[in-house]
Design a protein around this ligand. Structure first.
Ligand SMILES: Cc1cc2nc3c(=O)[nH]c(=O)nc-3n(C[C@H](O)[C@H](O)[C@H](O)COP(=O)(O)OP(=O)(O)OC[C@H]3O[C@@H](n4cnc5c(N)ncnc54)[C@H](O)[C@@H]3O)c2cc1C
Length: 544
């Protein structure tokens, strides 16, 4: 897919103005772009710092990478894919699917690949965002410097799991071997015959460890907290099934609906931890079946309620860690030396390569440092001052006009497909833009009191969930122990909540002149409407 330039001939130093600037071209950015187009709105650009679309599925290319929600559900409602070859698709198929969506829905001309949004600053006098860009997309084809963008509205589709987190271990910088994160797999490095250390036993590690174990000479797996694991019901989809899905799309839709509602039932357990016993018994039975050694079983049995940390699915993790070339290390890492890792008990483990399966920056949202609201205050500053990340419906933040975040605070899930949440948020944003169009509002900003009330209720509901009460310390919780990651309930409730834009939770500004203090109703002299036509946006009103 080639980077398509519409503004390459612009003179150096002049910013390109767009009505809507989407930052990020993963599931969220692409859904936003498609829905805008379907709503009849074409004046948008999608900035993507990577050289391809796909986000998570472009970056996480480690061996064994695959989704852990069935593909019929882990895909867009508007773009069913009859070509999935497995129940849980591998990374490559998901990436191809997202590329195909970008092509089929006409998003390619809107993409600016290799173009990172370096800084986004709200200009209060012009009532728009000023966006500096970096990366190779900064150069136009004549070799000139692109001056960046201005945008009436910014949609941040930056990803919640897009900034890999490396462990802060004494001496790690002195390591002389190869070191990489699972989200930046070094495919040029041959692990064959090496002594490899894997740090972490989370969702990525349990996928790649069984893949690399047969290749390496020795594998040390460093475990801090064991995960609860249930069996993975993966299987190849038969050609006959694929032909059926192609000929009768309703059949695939019905299966998708079945998977959706089964998974929704699970959400009840997460919000009522005492109901998690049945599934914990299932996970314990899976462990007992696959690990006969009682001593090893003791070391890998979690001490917290299932669901507190992400429930993982795997049939080959336990067999892999019992292979003769694998050692499970549960003593904490004290230091890294140029050719070894030393654990707290003083043992030195010779190591050629370290692979960090150590997750992502989630609750500190590094992208917040790039987003400067009125007066130059950054999103990170605001959240730091509050002590935690916080948004309204995970989408808008008081003090940041005309900014919408996709997969923002408290939109994450423990039980089902993130794509469902993303589509809910996207419908809300399309409706908000339609509202701006219909009322000719220049700005929309969520009211601080609406955001506060919303978050009080949200935290109240989270307080009784397994994530807060299950007895573990997970990446869902921030440094203050506050759950700023997850949505506490069914995704259906979230969809209902985001079905319509709710203008009463927002304040609007109509006039371009700051001197005019009171908002004016839409009149002839107002700036052109921002949003798509006020017609009802698609994709709302039913599960799909
Ligand atoms: C290994 C892995 C497996 C997962 N499996 C599942 C699963 O099975 N089911 C599920 O529901 N969820 C899963 N997730 C969560 C997954 O991240 C979401 O489902 C979904 O892909 C998020 O899409 P997104 O577009 O919001 O974010 P991302 O896919 O992270 O995309 C964000 C994009 O924004 C770009 N970007 C960031 N900053 C900038 C900038 N400053 N300028 C320009 N571009 C920028 C990034 O390069 C990236 O392309 C998984 C996550 C990981 C890491």
């Amino acid at each position: 897919m080639s980077l398509t330039e519409r503004d390459e001939a612009r003179p150096q130093g002049v910013r390109t103005h767009v009505r809507v600037l989407i930052v990020g071209a993963g599931f969220s950015g692409l859904a936003m772009a498609v829905r805008l187009k379907q709503a009849g709105f074409d004046e948008f650009v999608v900035l993507e710092r990577g050289d391809d679309v796909g986000g998570t599925w472009r970056d996480n290319t480690y061996p064994g990478a695959a989704c852990d929600v069935p593909s019929h559900l882990y895909s867009f409602s508007f773009a069913p894919n009859p070509r999935w070859t497995r129940a849980f698709s591998p990374q490559r198929e998901i990436l191809d699917y997202l590329r195909d969506v970008a092509r089929r829905y006409g998003i390619v001309p809107h993409l600016r690949l290799g173009t990172g949004a370096e800084a986004l600053r709200w200009d209060d006098s012009e009532r728009h965002w000023v966006v500096d860009v970096d990366g190779q997309g900064r150069q136009d084809r004549q070799g000139g410097e692109r001056a960046g963008y201005t945008a009436d509205v910014v949609v941040g589709a930056l990803g919640a799991l897009s900034e890999p987190s490396l462990p802060d271990i004494p001496g790690i910088d002195s390591f002389a071997g190869t070191l990489f994160h699972s989200a930046g797999w070094d495919h040029g490095h041959d692990l064959a015959g090496e002594r490899v250390a894997v740090i972490g036993t989370g969702a990525s590690a349990i996928q790649f460890v069984p893949e690399i174990q047969p290749v390496v000479a020795h594998l040390d797996v460093y475990q801090r907290t064991p995960p609860w694991i249930v069996g993975r019901r993966d299987r190849a989809l038969r050609p006959l099934e694929r032909r059926l899905f192609r000929a009768v799309p309703a059949a695939q839709k019905a299966i998708r609906g079945g998977i959706y509602w089964l998974r929704e039932l699970l959400s009840f357990g997460f919000t009522h931890p005492q109901r998690m016993q049945a599934i914990q018994r299932m996970a314990a039975a899976h462990l007992a079946r696959q690990v006969p050694d009682p001593e090893l079983r003791r070391r890998i049995t979690p001490s917290y309620t299932i669901g507190c940390k992400r429930i993982l699915i795997s049939n080959d993790w336990y067999p892999a860690i019992q292979q003769p070339n694998v050692e499970l290390v549960t003593d904490g890492i004290a230091e890294v030396r140029p050719h070894s890792i030393v654990t707290a008990d003083g043992t030195e483990h010779p190591t050629d390569t370290i692979i960090c399966g150590t997750g992502f920056h989630v609750t500190d949202f590094p992208a917040g440092r790039r987003i400067h609201g009125p007066g130059g205050v950054t999103l990170s500053d605001v959240w730091q001052a509050r002590g935690s990340m916080e948004a309204y419906l995970g989408t808008t933040v008081a003090g940041f006009p005309n900014l919408f975040l996709l997969v923002g605070p408290n939109t994450g899930l423990g039980h089902t497909s993130m794509v469902f949440m993303i589509e809910s948020q996207v419908a809300y944003v399309v409706d908000a833009l339609a509202h701006m169009g219909a009322t000719a509002a220049a700005t929309l900003e969520v009211r601080p009191d609406a955001q506060e009330r919303y978050n009080e209720r949200l935290q109240h509901r989270l307080a009784r969930t397994v994530w807060n009460r299950g007895g573990c310390r997970s990446w869902y919780l921030d440094a203050n122990g506050r759950n700023t990651s997850l949505w506490p309930g069914s995704t259906w409730t979230f969809r209902r909540r985001t079905r319509r834009f709710d203008p009463w939770a927002y304040r609007s500004d109509w006039g371009p002149a700051p001197a005019e203090a009171s908002p004016r109703p839409a009149q002839n002299a107002q700036p052109a409407p921002i949003g798509p036509p006020a017609a009802a946006p698609p994709g709302r009103g039913s599960l799909d």
